[in-house]
Design a protein. Structure first.
Length: 100
C-alpha cells in the first residue's frame, strides 16, 4: 500500500517533483509486495462466550442482551454487589420508580 496523496500530493509543491516521488513510492510498494509471503490459514476452536466487565446498569443490560441471544456470559464486578451507581439511588427519573 502506498499513500501517494499524503506523501506526495499534499506535501510537494512542484508537480514534476511530486510525480517523480510518486513513481519511486509506487515502485517501492510493488517491490515490497513481491517479497510478501502467504499467511497460512489456521482453524482454532472458538467457544461462544463473552466476558462483560462491570456489573452496573450498562454491564447488566449488555449481559442480558447477549444471554438472550444464546451466548454464554461471564459477568465480572469488582464490588461485592452488582448494580453500580444505580443501586445507590432510591428513585429514578422520570417514572420515580425504586431503582433496586
Amino acid at each position: 500500500m502506498v499513500n501517494v496523496r499524503e506523501h506526495c500530493a499534499w506535501c510537494t509543491e512542484d508537480n514534476e517533483e511530486a510525480l517523480e516521488k510518486a513513481k519511486i513510492l509506487v515502485n517501492g510498494g510493488i517491490n515490497r509486495a513481491k517479497c510478501l509471503e502467504a499467511i497460512p490459514i489456521r482453524t482454532v476452536p472458538v467457544e461462544k462466550a463473552t466476558l462483560v466487565v462491570g456489573g452496573g446498569i450498562a454491564g447488566m443490560n449488555a449481559a442480558l442482551d447477549l444471554a438472550n441471544g444464546g451466548i454464554k456470559v461471564y459477568l465480572v464486578e469488582k464490588n461485592t454487589t452488582i448494580g453500580g451507581r444505580m443501586s445507590q439511588l432510591d428513585r429514578t427519573f422520570p417514572t420515580d420508580d425504586c431503582s433496586i
